[in-house]
Design a protein around this ligand. Structure first.
Ligand SMILES: [Zn+2]
Length: 391
């Protein structure tokens, strides 16, 4: 059997002889204890935690790190010097203080994320192929740039398109460059496929934290191939877990991230049960976190993968607060005429603006709709993270 790419990555990055639950566990404990000892020695944010743990299971006894902690204590959480920082990502938290959550990366953090992207993308792109990248390009070491570097190092051509083009502009690039692979958000992919047609596109890697099943199914039907979901977050240096050819969950970068699943009270849940993902980022140079509550809901798929890897797999991931949008996505995109939509809530009532490919009745009886036929306009994609706008 061919060596799974995630196993090859762990061997290359960690020097493991074999990738087994035992070798992964002892590596994780060693790296976790090194982090605890370092925090103790430098008097960092985690200085009051034990200096070492006897087993990985003892991790469950340590306190959580929250989004608020990141907003309030960024300097104390920073393990490297300011001079080593290559990238800072900040975002307003959903907490009460309104302070910006900041996450820092070093050159090494970014390099290892690129290697993870290469392992994930290596399943679907090949030397000479052309990949359209529809994630934001925000400057050196941004998400789009790291993906483009991974694509280039695999011998393929990256098309750095971002998210701000109009459908007409995307279509022109697709006709000129004939990309065979798409990398971006699943709703964007479906929108492009419905408005511009499949063209030369055959395969796609999509962000796994916003994958409504109806959208995935519609994309796969048009492309005629299975999608490769990827899950990542800022706290994991943008790359987290990759899909293998078995298409059954996403393999986590376990040399950099220890995953736990907990219930609403924070109690550990066994493999197979769905709860909140808690991460301990033992492999991050700039800003390792211990038991960070991600707010993402998923489960660990029990057992060995059909690809042969024992590396832990996460099932599809959903945000705690995304249930309304997920339900709307299911409902809207199950109608083949819908290209995209955005939604506002005013005084408790939903207002939807819908881009449509055809003049077909839409399945939303309890909301006010404005429908715009996209084929007749040169409308831009609705960019960025999808959310319900409150007015
Ligand atoms: Zn696998």
């Amino acid at each position: 059997m061919k060596q799974p790419r995630i196993d090859a990555l762990l061997i290359a990055q960690e020097g493991l002889r074999a990738v087994t639950r035992e070798s992964i566990g002892s590596m994780q404990l060693r790296k976790l204890n090194a982090l605890l000892a370092c925090e103790h020695a430098r008097g960092g944010f985690y200085r009051d935690l034990p200096e070492r743990l006897d087993s990985l299971s003892a991790l469950a006894g340590l306190p959580f790190t929250t989004e608020e902690d990141l907003a309030q204590n960024a300097p104390g959480l920073l393990l490297c010097s300011q001079a080593e920082i290559r990238r800072v990502l900040s975002d307003a938290t959903s907490g009460t203080t309104g302070a910006a959550k900041r996450v820092f990366y070093t050159e090494g953090d970014c390099a290892r994320t690129v290697e993870l992207f290469m392992a994930g993308l290596g399943e679907l792109i090949f030397p000479g192929s052309v990949t359209m990248i529809c994630f934001p390009f925000s400057g050196p070491h941004g998400l789009g740039e790291l993906i483009a570097e991974a694509v280039g190092r695999l011998g393929a051509k990256p098309l750095k398109l971002g998210t701000a083009l109009s459908y007409g502009e995307y279509r022109a690039v697709m006709e000129r460059e004939k990309p065979d692979t798409f990398v971006g958000m699943p709703v964007q992919l479906l929108s492009l496929l419905r408005v511009c047609g499949r063209g030369s596109l055959r395969r796609a890697l999509v962000s796994g934290d916003a994958c409504p099943p109806a959208v995935l199914a519609a994309c796969e039907e048009i492309l005629g191939t299975r999608l490769f979901p990827h899950y990542g977050s800022r706290e994991m240096a943008l790359g987290g877990a990759i899909c293998c050819p078995a298409h059954c969950g996403m393999h986590l970068r376990e040399n950099h991230v220890i995953a736990e699943i907990v219930d609403r009270e924070g109690r550990p849940l066994p493999p197979g049960e769905t709860g909140e993902l808690v991460i301990t980022t033992i492999g991050m140079e700039a800003m390792p976190l211990i038991r960070y509550r991600t707010g993402d809901r998923t489960r660990v798929i029990p057992g060995r993968c059909a690809c042969g890897s024992e590396v832990l797999r996460l099932d599809s991931v959903h945000r705690e607060d995304s249930s309304l949008l997920a339900a709307l996505d299911e409902r809207m995109f199950s109608c083949p005429a819908v290209a995209d939509y955005r939604v506002e809530r005013r005084a408790g009532k939903l207002f939807l603006e819908v881009l449509t490919c055809a003049d077909t009745p839409l399945p939303v009886p309890d909301a006010e709709l404005v429908c715009r036929p996209v084929a007749a306009t040169d409308h831009a994609l609705y960019p960025g993270k999808r959310k319900v706008v409150e007015r």
